[in-house]
Design a protein around this ligand. Sequence first.
Ligand code: HEM
Length: 521
Amino acid sequence: SGFPSALRNNLSKLGVRQDILNFIFQWFSDRDECPKIPEAKGAIKAIRTEPFFIPLYELYLTYGGIFRLTFGPKSFLIVSDPAIAKHILRDNCKAYSKGILAEILEFVMGKGLIPADGEIWRARRRAIVPALHQKYVAAMIDLFGQATDRLCKKLDDAASNGEDIEMESLFSRLTLDIIGKALFNYDFDSLTNDAGIIEAVYTVLREAEDRSVAPIPFWEIPIWKDISPKQKKVNEALKLINDTLDNLISICKRMVEQEDLQFHEEYMNEQDPSILHFLLASGDDVSSKQLRDDLMTMLIAGHETSAAVLTWTFYLLFKEPTVMSKLQNEVDSVLGDRFPSIEDMKNLKYTTRVINESLRLYPQPPVLIRRSLQDDMLGEYPIKRGEDIFISVWNLHRSIHLWEDADKFNPERWPLDGPNPNETNQNFRYLPFGGGPRKCVGDVFASYEVVVALAMLVRRFNFEMAIGAPPVEMTTGATIHTTAGLKMTVTRRVSPPVTPSYGIPVVKVGSSECISQADFE
Ligand code: HEM
């Protein structure tokens, strides 16, 4: 700022009029008055060797809640400040789009709900949100129970045979089975099956993740994109999934035409409670392509996110055995060996806190991506249109400035009788499901899904790290994965099964019997 003001003084001395000087120097003075966003230059070499959000945390401690990161011609704003996150996600959300994320995911999600912006997003969001009504979620809890029961049978076999198991891939299959039924009434049965469609889903998922961490958009390179064997495989996988979805859509259309159920607010077909069925029955005027994009989007959004939450929760529980025993005690007394119902969700309080805390330490995804559509102010800093922004949920959730014992897995930090923590009551320092109008549509669904799975699994089994298991480290894709799996040894729990009834105190009859749900039916 020294040079412009010296120049101005000299021009003034030479007799140049003040209004002309004001006009000429307005640009400089704008810059003088507005502070500039701190720039983290040359500090990013580490980024390639570890998950990128780890060095971003170090940079946050050095440069603060907003800083600029430059890679050659590209630059990103990294936001780790709750007030700025709130401004971008909620208060001025109209000024932001999904930017790079939409570009990367286009090949698989098209104009589905996650990448879509503007009018398409608004219309689709309005159509989809009502599908996840209370009655639907209650029906889904039965589905979560049945799917987890299938997983328990697998673990039972492993326990009998003394085999170690890799939990991360089993969780991925569990949540794939669940989301397939929940979205379009399709049974992937991936816990017992290895059909081509399942491999296709994983091929596409891995490709989306490769693209999101790729330094250059290799999939746009002409010729290569057509002859690369990997791209060919991806295209075949996409075709298989799209054909399957198209087929499911037309089967469902026929079902809807034949049924005489009136569509109403909590509409649900008992045989097929899926979201697809709801959307078709609602008479929602939508192209099959758009429907397919939305289903594909939710398939991806609701699959590996939930699987990652379960994986990291089991890892955290293994490290904190006292939390595990408290959790098992709660599940024993609330649930016993019953399948969970929606009423149990409010009673599994500690189980819910374990999940809340796991989502704090391992947010999925660890960063949210936006692009500014117009000039704006972020805190005290002006920004231009077209800025690519990463909101580091990882930094927010682990900030030593925002949390006591930030790195400690401590479900007790959330009082049992307090509100369920969310971005609103935590003022955007905690946003496991995002915030503002683009908040996750599956938040309640997903929370119940992981609570049911966690409760049923720890009720029946004890979990230890397998002897000689690879160290548990993080790699990034869209969600946080382990580098080499989560290899565990499961053993059946010896504590006697008690089957409490719904909210009614257990009355012991004799020594081993108790009143069970069946007695009330
Ligand atoms: C959006 C997290 C499960 C569907 C989001 C966002 C987050 C998130 C953080 C906001 C993204 C952003 O603002 O850029 C999670 C986590 C889950 C989970 C942690 C599991 C524990 C699900 C499930 C579904 C789903 C099961 C489907 C039933 C969606 C959709 C969006 C979304 C459609 C985009 C909403 C929009 O842009 O309007 N999710 N999600 N998610 N999620 Fe989830």
